[in-house]
Design a protein around this ligand. Sequence first.
Ligand code: GLC
Length: 440
Amino acid sequence: MTDLSRVLAGIEEQLSVPASLLKEIAERFQAAMTAGLAGKPSSLKMLPSYIGVPTGREQGTVVAVDFGGTNVRVLLITLTGDGQVHISNRRSFLLKDKRKNYDFTTASASGMQLFDFIAEKIAEIVPTTDKTYPLGHTFSFPCHQYDINEAELISWTKEIKTAGVEGQNVGQLLQAALERKKISYVYPQAIINDTTGTLLTAAYRDNATDIGAICGTGHNSCYLEPGHPLTNKPMIVNMESGNFSQIMQTKYDLCLDQDSEKPGAQRLEKQTSGQYLGEIVRIIVSSLVADGHMAGEPANTLHLPYSVRTEDLSTILADHTAGLEAVAEVVAACWNLGNLTLGELAALQTIARLVAIRSARLVAATWAGVLYRIDLELSRSHTIAVDGSLYEKMPGYAEYLAQAMNDIWGIGAKKVTIRLSKDGSGIGAAIAAATVYNSQ
Ligand code: GLC
């Protein structure tokens, strides 16, 4: 065994999540759910959403605002009342744009500036006729929810730092911005998390859906609690599972965590989501170079945090060429590493794969934890609705999830369908608003 392959075997061992561990994590997750719901200490926030699943008969034309952290999307959506959805207009706007010289995600930007920007974008999309439109707002951060249209941001995640929003009522911030911009023809009706939107969108057509998740820049899941303690009725609960803490951390995870915006927080998210997977790979590769297991040119930029993005990992994983040309291009462009041997490029691809597999297996374990709670025997079918770039675009990711479910349930895994809920987070906001509007 060469030195590099020996070190690689060690990394593989640290990142692996065997079937027995999957089940253990699922059990810990289930226990954390129970504690969180009962208001006992838990890394799961278990936030009520004040909404159940739709009937599929909700209808109307609704404005959806989908604010996730990287961009804000505004959509004009018509629900037909028979499970169908038509998007008549949609646009996406970056929250930071170097060329246009703005960044609403830093601590030097204020909540007022951020929500004014969102209100302006709503005005660009929604026709100003005499018609009025209900608005559904997806706000993909942990919020204390007091009603379907009342949400207070607990704390930012995903490295966002905009000032003056934590602790504030997000619905009021948007309403105030709409008033400042004299946009009186849209009226906010609902605020939801993106996981809730994903669940609602899939459930609009498929009533076996009881888990919704995002595997994208961030990671989180929600589920339908059959009898919520607050209402004794079915209610979607945003678990903020990205904060789940009962998982192992390697020295690479600890290193990432120390230099993150909120050390100690969002442990699961830091091992599973698109915001961080590239950074884990960078930290591992830097340590290999620093320890002399891989050649690094003196001018390399491996020390620069977040210098490889998750899209780059997808490119690395998709490379099936004999010479691993795409892998070579990525490392040259991102880290100025131009002379790696084929063996070293292959090692890099293996590291990217191991990090992606660990992500998928940890996520699957948490979903198993939910199923342990709501249907331990898997006595009925379940659909897990997922949106996000990792699930949609990362080569192998969907298969890794399915494999983990098989490892946990064996043949029983056939009862569980994991499915893409494309644009679920935006469409779900429209469904939530229509639910409120239709019931008035
Ligand atoms: C972060 C947020 C969470 C959101 C997820 C996916 O984990 O805290 O609310 O659902 O990202 O966007």
